[in-house]
Ligand binder design. Sequence first.
Ligand code: AMP
Length: 268
Amino acid sequence: MRLRKAARVILVGAPGVGKGTQSERLLQRFPQIQSLSTGDLLRHNVKARTPLGIKVENTMKAGGLVADDLIMRLISNELYKKGWLRRPGDPDVMTLSSTATNAEPASYGELPVDLITSTAALDAHAPPVASEDPSASFILDGFPRTVTQALTCDKIVPINLVVSLKTPIDVVIERITSRWVHEPSGRVYNTTFNAPKVPGIDDVTGEPLTQRPDDNVDVYRERFRKFQETSEPLLEHYAKKGVLWEVEGMTSNEISPKLYEEFERRFA
Ligand code: AMP
């Protein structure tokens, strides 16, 4: 389905609610949308040993958050490269060609010197302009993570939809704890809807199944608590801006149709 308006979207959801699944489905249904993941961009930089990659490697390994100014540079550089953002007065390349470039992810070394990197710098400059061409539609994954990032993001690219994906925590825990894996092959079973023929045994090899350490309930509860702590102020911020939309469902299949309908209503 084709969009008539540019969708600039953030998906927010606790680990295990199926953010990745919904994101993939949206990209399939609306081919003009692309996704941009700060985690992927950072990992690419680490792998390519760019100055940014070297700088953030230890923080990422320790599971900490990368400094806001580095994240802002990374994301704004990527948006400029794709033509989704331009400086005031520059032509809208999206409207000229209507094709997004498949540029390589940003590297710290390539940044233009006048790149806007902080709220203070933004206040001092004419703000960049986000392309309104539907081909400049994107879903951001993993960004903004903090209210500070959201404030700067507001000045660079006005997000026009924040989707809060909600599944009751008990349902997610039930889903996670019913997941069993055959490690050598990577085959995944689920005792609720895709159970092995013999409990705890791989159908093909007869070898024992195991559960992943992060499928543990206590580990999950802790990740959920951390998610709530950071996402609440973020959601509040977007609620105040009037772009927050909540969708609830027990499964991804229950959520997807509601999500499609809302996208069509707003952007198609
Ligand atoms: P992710 O793939 O989204 O889980 O991100 C992997 C790691 O990249 C995180 O644990 C952080 O260290 C870093 N990271 C990704 N996005 C951000 C962000 N918006 N702000 C700060 N750090 C981030």
